[in-house]
Write a new protein. Sequence first.
Length: 421
Amino acid sequence: HTSPHPSQARPFSITLILFLKTLSVKKRLIELQNRLQQLQSRRQFENFLIQQPKASSIMSGSTTTVTTANRVLLVLGHTNLSEEISQFLNDDSTVVVSVKSLNDVLLQQQRNSISKASIESLVLVMHKSEVTKVYNNPMELANWVPLLRRDSSSSSIELHVIEDNKTSSSSLQPIHTSFLLAGLKATSEEQQPTKMILRAELRKKSSTQSQPIQIKKQSGLRMNLTDDDTTTDESSDDSTSSNKIDRLVLTLGSTETLEEVSLFAKDNKNTKVVSAKLLNDVLLQNQRKEATRDALMFDSLVFFVKASEVAAVYNNPLELANWIPLLRSDSSIEFRIILEGTSTPPLQPIHTSFLLAGLKAKSEEHKSTQLVLHAERKKKTSTQSKPIQFKKKEEKSSSVLRINLDDDDDESTSSLLDEDD
């Protein structure tokens, strides 16, 4: 190939340079437009707060010092949330803190300026699409807990996650983690048309004061003695036996309204049904904790789940192990999977939970519309030491050894032992 003439290569170089400069200018214009939108949104938000005479506002970069407040409203992110927070600005002592994220230095400065035990309510507002971005420090919520009043029954924490038009699958796991790290108790999750509200409260301190031992007298025990045998009759209240719960049914996902669940609960008396969206649902964990607190014991634990939702709703195989202490030693565990079409449900998460919970898979029963997995608790092998037993040996006739001491030279044919040897 022959190299091009310098006069032909020069126009191509100029065109390439102009093209690259055009791309750089377009990129810069896009960045300026995004920045301008953020500034406009921030300016609208500031103007909105200025128009609220009853609300004290703390804007990003300000040095306002706050000593007391009934409610603190934390607005996270850059999006304009004026419509969502207007309902909180009717109080004279509402403080609005607007920052980019939980890890913002300005937020820490404003937190240090608020007196301890002076807040009755803490509200956080954010967009769902920005949860992982703005809620980037779950430990920060624990720093706000000392600011809440423990002597007030109305002290609460609310997180308002606003639904937006952006297609987002942001997880709420960072919020639940912050509740756990802050020592809070999740109370409810309310789904509204435009947002989801997560509520939590301070855990009540358990009293460590010792109480005197009270011995309950056994009443209603009647002994009837006869010459031949002894019978014991124990009178009990019928209402107590009717309220006894022997079987616990957990419906996961969208199985709550299925006919199979209602028929199962109708055919089996003393059954309690608990519904949850996921196995890792906070409401389900609260039910388990209440049962543990009340020392309830069940004979049977039954799960209902659709075949198409097994992988989605059975998202924590370790959770099954937490329910095992609530079961009696001879209890049973059932997984009733509602079949849909010809698809085969993934059973690996369920078998994994059996293994982690120390259960033994017993059988799989195929029905017309259900696949029932049976499991049971493994029998504990006894490790108790047994006493040592000495077996007596059978007594044998003792053999006699005779030694000849008379003659030093024993004959070789003698059957006596030579004393010289």
